[in-house]
Design a protein around this ligand. Structure first.
Ligand SMILES: C[S@@+](CC[C@H](N)C(=O)[O-])C[C@H]1O[C@@H](n2cnc3c(N)ncnc32)[C@H](O)[C@@H]1O
Length: 206
C-alpha cells in the first residue's frame, strides 16, 4: 500500500465511523495505564502516543498530571476528532499529523506508546525504520510500550493486513536496543463481540 492509499484509508475510517464502532475501541486503555503506572515516569517527562487515533489514553495522561504529551497520527481527521473531544485541554497537547516512518525525530521521549499501529508495518525495511525511529526517539533509560495482535490474533485490523507478533517476536524485533521489563497477552473484545488476542510489551531503552 502506497503512502497516499495508507493515509486515505485512515482518513476515510475517521470520517465515516464513530470511535465506539471501530474494532480497537476501548472505553479505558487498561493495559497501557497499568504499564505506565508501574514506571514512575516524572510528570514533566516527554511522552508520545504513536498512532493514537481517538484513543482516550491522552485523557488519562492529562488526569495523571503529565504535562509534556505528544499525540501523533497519520490521519488529520483522527487528530481533529481527538482535539474536539478534549476541548480546552487540547491546547495542552502537542499534536502531530505524520506517518511515523516520515517523522523527523528530534525530541527525546521518556515514554513511547503504540497500541495497534506498529503491526500495520509489513515490509522488513518499514519495520527496521520504525525500530530506528524508536531507538533515536527514546532517551536511554526511557520506555517503549507496544501492543500488537498476537500470534493468536486476527490477520487483519481495520480491513488491512497486519503482522502478528508473539511476545518473543516483539522482544527479538527490538533487541539489542531494548530490554523487556513486562509483557502479557490479553484478549480485547471488539464492540462487535469479536475476540482479538494482543501481545503487549514494555521495554526499557538501553
Ligand atoms: C488500530 S488504530 C489504533 C488507535 C489507537 N492506538 C488505539 O489504541 O485506540 C491504528 C491507528 O494508527 C494510525 N496509523 C496507522 N499507520 C500509521 C503510521 N504509519 N503512522 C502513524 N499513524 C499510523 C491510524 O491512523 C490509526 O489511528
Amino acid at each position: 500500500m502506497n503512502q497516499t492509499d495508507k493515509k486515505g484509508h485512515w482518513e476515510n475510517i475517521y470520517q465515516t465511523k464513530e470511535f465506539h464502532e471501530v474494532g480497537w475501541f476501548q472505553s479505558r486503555p487498561d493495559v497501557s495505564l497499568e504499564f505506565i503506572d508501574i514506571l514512575s515516569v516524572p510528570k514533566n517527562a516527554k511522552i508520545i502516543d504513536v498512532g493514537a487515533g481517538e484513543s482516550y489514553l491522552v485523557d488519562h495522561l492529562l488526569d495523571r498530571g503529565f504535562g509534556n504529551i505528544y499525540v501523533l497520527d497519520i490521519s488529520s481527521s483522527a487528530i481533529e476528532k481527538a482535539k474536539y473531544r478534549l476541548g480546552e485541554n487540547a491546547k495542552k497537547i502537542n499534536w502531530i499529523v505524520s506517518d511515523i516512518l516520515e517523522f523527523k525525530i528530534n525530541i527525546g521521549f521518556k515514554l513511547w506508546h503504540d497500541r495497534a499501529a506498529f503491526h500495520f508495518l509489513l515490509k522488513k525495511e518499514e519495520i527496521e525504520k520504525y525500530v530506528e525511529n524508536a531507538v533515536k526517539g527514546i532517551i536511554p533509560g526511557g520506555y517503549l510500550i507496544i501492543g500488537t495482535f498476537s500470534e493468536k490474533g486476527p490477520d487483519k485490523c481495520s480491513g488491512l493486513p497486519v503482522r502478528r507478533y508473539s511476545i518473543n517476536e516483539l522482544e527479538s524485533t527490538f533487541l539489542p536496543y531494548f530490554k523487556k521489563i513486562k509483557a502479557l497477552n490479553i484478549d480485547h473484545i471488539t464492540p462487535g463481540g469479536q475476540v482479538q488476542n494482543y501481545s503487549f510489551c514494555c521495554f526499557k531503552r538501553l
